[in-house]
Design a protein around this ligand. Structure first.
Ligand code: DGJ
Length: 716
């Protein structure tokens, strides 16, 4: 070896030692995600698990699997990144370049790791934002094309995580309209399991972008290691869970690449959506508390603010209303004691009035016959009564029977050379087009400018993207699904910037669209059109794994009126409470009951809206259900108890509570009693220690069908 070669070899060794020493640690108080730079200069995920106490131990971690696997290199499983380079080469090799770690303004730590392909200079910049107290990590990737011409991104995941356990169980949330968030768990063995959607707008009609992954054992509430993950993308998503030949699991999360090969121009950067996850060592209950706290502190719009109770007119009137009927409903709202009246679908359209769901969408002028005094009159009437006024819109859609469609077919997503087919008689506007974005923003802006008294919007979205062709994108049709969502965000960003104090409900024919990026623009979401309280026990239970009560709208309606108004109201009280019912559908006693329940809900806000939610008994486990809420200072708690269809003579077990202060003493009082009824619970008005309540528990379940109890616990 000559002197020059010796020198180069020495340099290489030094470089590899420098790299090999590179350990990148992303930590919350409970979790560590550790990356190492290998001797080959690539980045490896060395660890994802329980927080490691001693920094000095990190050096012992083996490299593990490559962090952000690419197509075309040595890996034989699903890659995170697949770039078609200008010369037709489809391989990418990423080497570590640098990393930084900084505190963010909100107390999180952001770690940014830059990787680069030495041949094509393509960069992948991985971002990890760790929220230490609430044990959430947010991650996304920026991919930059450094070539002189456009490249195509065939796959562009937000995140790739590697896990290594003896067994894996995946819990998914599937469903359809009126049966959202059905939970089922399945073991993962060799091969792939994919959860995805290609519905575009009402993207989560069959499944929302969230999952629970349990390691070594089936998920339980209080034990075991579980990872809860969710993608912040209001559109097509895909999670790929792949177990390799050695039993190691990779989870790839991101936009669904289906019909979405994305062209990235020279020098351009593609920013993926954010993937949020928590890793709990104590089962799903703790993981949910982390998600709820994080959401209220960092992600949910106005997560730290109060919420308004409301009366909605949708089920009370459907499309059949006029000013008088609405004013009568406002009187009902006042009698009930709610904060707001919400006017739903059917208030607009003149050439094609919106008197059913087959006309008018797109023509956002008040129907003269129905509302001669326009929205002004309604805002005034609400104000006179001391309540707020909110309004429904579905601004991304158009009915072919509308003036908008006649004037602007070029704004509609529709195939130029085929017959149109319709989902709920409507089509989707092309939000990839900036002019359409202006139009959609203009709907909110016009209403707010003309009627500044509007205090709330319900933003609906009842159709998936159908007839998939954008007149605007021309030869870039594969950009439609991605650019649509970007267009939507740009509109929502403008709305939020101009109207920062305007609460909005995210709705999509129930919860056909719901995710945490969307919820950075919306204060709450409509969990389901199915308000049968028995069904809601399941639906709300499903969403509770990720969403706090203050985000989850729950209304009392006439669905399943074989159940009492008490039962229906008690179920709705576990969420952001509202009503969608005429008082004429309720007896005088029901009204008295509901009035009392609303007062109780308002009083119990420190527990229900701001406190910790505990799933005490799963509706999936039999004929009962129970959820408890404990205020952060543990001085107030409220427990909802339901008997659905117990068997004759069933032996009921004690209800064991959670989250209380062991050493404190709590008085248990049954509230929400129907007029002239006394509590028959033995625990009523007794004082127990927190320890007793959380160890022995109380007799609260019964073998009586369709009964419910609400217990208030007050620290003495
Ligand atoms: C679907 C929503 O989920 C309902 O609450 C209601 O707003 C209708 N759309 C109105 O068309």
């Amino acid at each position: 070896m000559n002197l020059r070669n010796l020198f180069v070899a020495a340099l290489c060794i030094v470089a590899s030692l420098v790299n090999a020493a590179e350990i990148i640690r992303i930590s919350t108080h409970e979790t560590d995600l550790v990356f190492r730079v290998g001797n080959d200069g690539r980045l490896y995920q060395a660890y994802l698990g329980k927080h490691l106490k001693f920094e000095s131990d990190l050096q012992h971690l083996p490299n593990g699997k490559e962090a952000y696997l690419t197509h075309g290199m040595e890996d034989y499983f699903e890659p995170a990144l697949d770039v078609r380079h200008v010369d037709g080469n489809a391989s990418t090799l990423l080497k570590y370049v640098s990393h930084t770690s900084n505190k963010t303004l909100d107390g999180a730590t952001e770690t940014i790791i830059t990787l680069r392909d030495p041949v094509y200079q393509t960069t992948a910049v991985m971002h990890f934002v760790a929220y230490p107290e609430v044990n959430i990590i947010k991650t996304y990737t920026e991919i930059t094309n450094a070539e002189k011409k456009p490249v195509k991104l065939a796959k562009y995941a937000s995140s790739l995580l590697h896990l290594d356990a003896k067994k894996y169980y995946l819990t998914e949330f599937s469903g359809n309209w009126a049966k959202e968030a059905k939970m089922s768990s399945t073991p993962l063995n060799f091969g792939k399991k994919v959860l995805d959607t290609k519905l575009g707008t009402r993207a989560n009609l069959f499944t929302p972008p969230m999952f629970i992954l349990s390691l070594d054992q089936e998920p339980t509430e209080d034990e075991g290691q579980v990872l809860l993950g969710q993608l912040g993308w209001t559109g097509n998503f895909r999670f790929t869970f792949e177990v390799d030949e050695d039993g190691r699991l990779r989870i790839i999360s991101g936009i669904n690449p289906y019909f979405s090969e994305y062209e990235l121009g020279a020098g351009e950067t593609f920013t993926t959506p954010e993937f949020f996850f928590t890793l709990s060592q104590q089962g799903t209950q703790h993981a949910s508390l982390c998600f709820h706290d994080w959401a209220r502190q960092y992600q949910l719009r106005d997560g730290d603010k109060d919420r308004m109770t409301l009366l909605n007119n949708w089920e009370a009137t459907y499309f059949d209303f006029n000013e008088e009927k609405l004013c009568n409903l406002m009187d009902d709202a006042v009698k009930l004691g709610v904060d707001m009246f919400l006017l739903d679908d059917g208030w607009f359209g003149n050439k094609y009035p919106r008197s059913s769901d087959n006309a008018g969408l797109g023509d956002w002028e008040e129907t003269k016959d129905k509302l001669p005094g326009k929205v002004t009159k309604l805002v005034d009437e609400a104000t006179k009564r001391g309540i707020k006024f909110g309004i429904w819109i579905e601004p991304e859609m158009v009915n072919p029977k509308s003036e908008l469609y006649e004037k602007h077919k070029d704004w509609v997503i529709t195939l130029p050379n085929r017959d149109e087919y319709y989902f709920r008689n409507q089509l989707v506007l092309d939000l990839s087009n900036p002019k359409v974005q202006d139009f959609v923003f203009g709907i909110v802006d016009r209403l707010m400018t003309d009627y500044p008294g509007i205090a709330y919007f319900k933003w609906d979205c009842n159709s998936p993207i159908t007839n998939i062709y954008s007149p605007y994108l021309k030869d870039k049709q594969q950009h439609l699904y991605v650019d649509y969502v970007r267009g939507l965000y740009s509109v929502l960003e403008r709305v939020k910037a101009k109207y920062p104090n305007l609460p909005m409900m995210m709705c999509s024919g129930g919860s056909g669209r719901i995710d945490y990026k969307g919820l950075s623009y919306f204060t709450e979401f409509w969990a389901s059109d199915n308000t049968d309280p028995l069904e809601r026990l399941f639906i709300q239970y499903g969403y509770s794994f990720f969403y706090p009560a203050k985000a989850t709208c729950a209304h009392v309606t006439t669905w399943n009126s074989t159940t009492s108004v008490k039962f229906r109201t008690d179920v709705a009280m576990m969420g952001k409470m509202g009503f969608d019912i005429k008082l004429s559908d309720m007896s005088a006693d029901d009204l008295t009951y509901a009035q009392g329940a609303i007062k109780n809900w308002k009083r119990l806000r420190p527990a229900i809206l701001e406190g910790d939610m505990y799933r005490l008994f799963s509706p999936y486990d039999g004929a009962h259900a129970s959820t408890g809420f404990v205020s952060k200072d543990k001085s107030q708690a409220v427990v909802f108890v339901f008997d659905t269809y117990p068997r004759y003579g069933e032996t009921t077990r004690n209800l064991v509570l959670k989250g209380l202060n062991e050493d404190a003493r709590y008085r248990v009082k049954e509230i929400n009693l129907e007029p002239n009824k006394q509590s028959r619970l033995r625990c009523n008005n007794k004082v127990y220690s927190g320890q007793y309540l959380m160890t022995v528990g109380i007799q609260a379940f019964s073998a009586n069908k369709l009964t419910s109890h609400v217990l208030e616990l007050t620290k003495e």
